[in-house]
Design a protein around this ligand. Structure first.
Ligand SMILES: [Fe+2]
Ligand SMILES: [Fe+2]
Length: 335
């Protein structure tokens, strides 16, 4: 999934990068700029400015971390899914998210950063991941809402990334987006079924929508006026649509879906604006957003501890895989 993490800094790369134009060779910069202007793709073997490389490593690794941390709030419901069908769907979805993490770590590795370095950033809390996963999934309806709204917001954000100027990232996103589309639909379908059920089930869906709506709007990141790095991302063809424009697209697309579902979105200021030809919406609580980004959300510590524990307990698997690879090499050399 996930996106808002891309718009906020983390401490995974050195601060105070030197201005690009001042240090990069002008003839190489010119070639790079021309490729970007022509909407071409930069590939791993191509020369690129150091700041472009660092921005991509930060963004792609944050994205990869978000995918694997995003497995946790949903994985937590696999054993409690209400039917075999829902369990099978949920297992497939959580497995997809693990796969997304793997494609993205591989894409980031092509920029010269090792997976160990990236994971070390995650495990020590230096690197960020999408804050949406620092909230709990309290009922089964939350799983439907996460698919409908969280994966829905992710798709909105990720479709433009399929045209990202860095080839390996753009290509990974094509497949990721296809799978995200399945995630969004399965969530919406699960909710549609619940909304034909008992009064309690309908209430459960409404309560879950109330819990997640504002957090999903915040997933698009701070308002454009407070996103100083966005212009550079746009110039480099990494970011194609601004945070506020993506948020507006999401609001406009979701309101008709909420009507079909029969739920109310918890915002009294939501209304169609004839002049703008878009829906107006209310104020997002950015204090809550920043508190969660900075480690004080309800599940930040739990999520990180779970990832670190999984990493430590998986050491024997990594050791065994390395031992097997060494043995294969020895056999090949002897042959
Ligand atoms: Fe994903
Ligand atoms: Fe997803």
């Amino acid at each position: 999934m996930y996106t808002q993490s891309f718009s906020v800094p983390d401490n995974s790369s050195p601060k105070g990068a030197t201005p690009i134009a001042a240090i990069e060779p002008p003839e190489l910069m010119e070639k790079f700029d021309k490729c970007i202007d022509d909407d071409g793709r930069i590939e791993p073997q191509d020369w690129m400015p150091d700041a472009y490389r660092k921005t991509l490593v930060r963004q792609i690794s944050q994205h990869a971390h978000s995918e694997i941390v995003g497995m946790l709030p949903e994985g937590n419901w696999i054993s409690r899914a209400p039917s075999l069908k829902r369990k099978a769907i949920l297992i497939a979805k959580v497995q997809d998210e693990g796969g997304h993490g793997l494609y993205l770590y591989s894409a980031a590795e092509t920029l010269g950063t090792s997976r160990d370095q990236m994971l070390e950033g995650l495990h020590t809390g230096r690197a960020k991941y999408s804050s949406i996963f620092n909230y709990p999934t309290s009922t089964w309806a939350d799983i439907g809402v996460v698919g409908w709204l969280v994966d829905g917001a992710a798709i909105m954000n990720q479709i433009p990334l399929c045209r990202c100027s860095y080839g390996p990232y753009a290509r990974a996103m094509v497949r990721v987006c296809k799978e995200e589309s399945f995630h969004q639909r399965q969530g919406y379908e699960a909710l549609l079924v619940m909304m034909t059920g008992t009064a309690e089930q309908k209430e459960m869906v409404q309560e879950a929508v109330n819990r997640w709506w504002w957090k999903c709007l915040a997933m698009f990141g701070p308002p454009d006026a407070d996103s100083p790095n966005s212009a550079q991302g746009m110039r480099w063809g990494i970011k194609r649509i601004s945070n506020d424009d993506l948020r507006q697209k999401f609001v406009d697309a979701t309101i008709p879906q909420a009507k079909v579902l029969g739920v109310t979105l918890p915002d009294p200021d939501l209304k169609w604006n004839e002049e703008r030809q878009h829906y107006d919406y209310g104020q997002i609580d950015w204090d809550e957003f920043w508190a969660t980004v900075n480690g004080n959300g309800p599940c930040n510590k739990e999520r990180l501890n779970t990832r670190v524990k999984a990493w430590n307990e998986g050491q024997w698997v990594r050791d065994a895989a390395m031992a097997h690879a060494r043995k294969q090499n020895t056999l090949k050399e002897a042959a």
